[in-house]
Design a protein around this ligand. Structure first.
Ligand SMILES: O=C(O)CCC(=O)C(=O)O
Length: 295
């Protein structure tokens, strides 16, 4: 049964570029996600934590990682997406993000990657992040900071920030523009099981973790209106590295074909397209490094 669009939630996404859905995911699924996060964190090498010092970690999630398919097909996620009016949500990638005790805040950034394309200026997001917190998350232990409306409106930070997800921004000290407070920022505090869904164009950062316990979240990225995307974007998304190898949907007998999770995975049968131009900074800014990694 489908759930009606919630005008308040949809309004928050449209106007602010993010929304908070309280108690979206049930405790049993959160407990299993904690288990997944612990396994992933245990198996990661020290070099990873050094490279992603400000995230804490950015460990990819794949379909094999229990309970990821159960989360993707859960009534909880379906319900949240229907309330937001997502017409054809497809999963693109996912990460375990932890912030160890005493770790720094994450730099201000936005996560859109195709700023030369006209799609960047559409009201509806081409891509959203879903942050699922696995413990109470407040300012003290590294909650999310956001600038409401910055997904569609120019903000002074757009002209000041280094390229996101590069070593250049990773090297910025905490007393620089990449981290400092801005007057219009908001902090989103969340409980375990709350879902923060954001347009990837919105400017966001995190507070440092000043507590003595890790702060862990699962971050999933989706194309909420996949079937309406231009062909070149659909062709791009099916090739993302967290997903099963592109083409599975055309292989007779492939275990994913007809499976419940298949409805949440992007597929594409159209013509080949040259890659969409990769541009991490909005118009007027130019790439300083070529960072074709991650996200
Ligand atoms: O860890 C968080 O709360 C935010 C992570 C984030 O903003 C990102 O990975 O882009």
């Amino acid at each position: 049964m489908s759930v009606a669009v919630d005008p308040d939630l949809l309004g928050s996404m449209e106007v602010d570029g993010f929304c908070l859905i309280k108690g979206a995911v049930p405790p049993e699924l959160i407990a299993r996600l904690r288990g997944l996060a612990e396994r992933k964190l245990r198996s990661e090498r020290e070099a990873h934590f050094q490279r992603y010092a400000h995230h804490g970690s950015l460990i990819p999630i794949h379909l094999e990682d229990d309970p990821h398919t159960d989360l993707l097909t859960s009534p909880a996620l379906r319900n949240a997406f229907q309330r937001l009016g997502f017409t054809d949500p497809r999963w693109i990638s996912g990460y375990v993000i932890t912030k160890p005790p005493g770790s720094p805040g994450l730099w201000w950034h936005q996560d859109w990657w195709a700023w030369d394309h006209e799609l960047s200026f559409e009201p509806r997001p081409a891509q959203v992040f879903c942050m699922l917190y696995l413990q109470p998350t407040v300012r003290e232990n590294g909650a999310l900071r956001v600038i409401a409306g910055s997904h569609r409106n120019r903000h002074p930070l757009h002209d000041a920030l280094p390229e996101p997800h590069t070593q250049h921004i990773e090297n910025q000290p905490q007393n620089t523009v990449s981290h400092l407070p801005v007057p219009d920022e908001l902090t989103i505090e969340a409980d375990a099981g709350d879902l923060v869904i954001g347009d990837v164009r919105v400017l966001h950062a995190t507070h440092p973790n000043h507590s003595d316990a890790p702060r862990t979240a699962v971050d999933l990225l989706f194309a909420p209106h996949f079937r309406d995307l231009p062909e070149e974007f659909r062709a791009h998304y099916v090739r993302q590295f967290c997903l099963p190898e592109a083409g599975w949907w055309g292989e007779p007998g492939h275990p994913l074909r007809g499976s419940p999770v298949s409805a949440m995975l992007p597929t594409y049968d159209g013509p080949d397209h040259p890659p969409v131009t990769y541009r991490r900074l909005p118009a007027g800014r130019r790439t300083r490094e070529v960072p074709r990694e991650g996200r």
